[in-house]
Design a protein around this ligand. Sequence first.
Ligand SMILES: *[C@@H]1O[C@H](CO)[C@@H](O)[C@H](O)[C@H]1NC(C)=O
Ligand SMILES: *[C@@H]1O[C@H](CO)[C@@H](O)[C@H](O)[C@H]1NC(C)=O
Length: 290
Amino acid sequence: MLILYLVTILFDCLHAVYFDDYDHHPKARGAPSTDDIEFEPVMTLTKDKEKLLTMKNIDCDNFAEYARNCTNDAASVYNSVKKSPPMPGQVYDWCKAIRHLTNCAIDWNSDCKDVTDSHFNEESIRGHMHVVNNICNDEAFLSRYDELPGCIEGSAEAWEKCYAFFKAAVDEQKNTTHEWTHFETHFFMCCARAKFRRCTADALFDIPKVCPYEQAVTLQQFSAIVSEGDVFQNCDINVMYDKCPGGDPRPTGKSLSKLMNQQSHSTSLSSESRVGVILLIFYFVCGLIK
Ligand SMILES: *[C@@H]1O[C@H](CO)[C@@H](O)[C@H](O)[C@H]1NC(C)=O
Ligand SMILES: *[C@@H]1O[C@H](CO)[C@@H](O)[C@H](O)[C@H]1NC(C)=O
């Protein structure tokens, strides 16, 4: 039964990848104004009274300093030079820091837009919000994440290597003179994202003693969400992954079948994990953006 699901999903997914699915609305590309509604929940969700008072006094002449202040404030909440996933006990602070950065940027963009051209990139803001919504506001995910300390610790070094490579590639692209949605920038960023996912998956599913299968699935989901936050673009359609620098970053049939085999060996998976596995395959193959 599960296999049937997987085949169906894989087919849908491949369909989306290989046959342009015009009903599928690219999420983060195109005119920003169409998605404006998305800003509201996070703003109202996290803007407490204190925040409302301070936001009245933004010095809109000083973008660089404002940005530095935001970063420093966030770092005082969650300060880690390491980029590896936060330990379960630190997720709350990690989330708080991301929320702070998000609101900081939203405040500037809404309060200073008439005064200055300097602004935070909206795609970045949406990326942060994506992470907040899919990790920080997702109780079910957080409760599975709680079980991961050993896996996070044991894979931290490998994960961080994957991420450092990914971040460098993405920052280099974001630093170009092009819009981030320019087709070339988009292409390289999607390649980097797919490569990162494969990199973490290869690491996580290779250490079953440290990261039992279910935990690897959860942490891989974390990787996928975080990478979507950094490259908040629709990479599912029209990306020629076979032309990516360094070769096609999508998982090979072999690694996919390894995943599925492990699934069938492991009879004790809860139904929640099964959903996780299905999602994982989804993430794996076509980098689903919800
Ligand atoms: C940055 O923070 C300092 C110290 O809190 C504050 O005095 C300054 O006004 C802030 N700068 C901006 C541009 O918000
Ligand atoms: C971005 O570009 C500037 C100017 O071209 C350069 O000085 C800087 O090092 C670049 N940063 C990254 C992360 O590539």
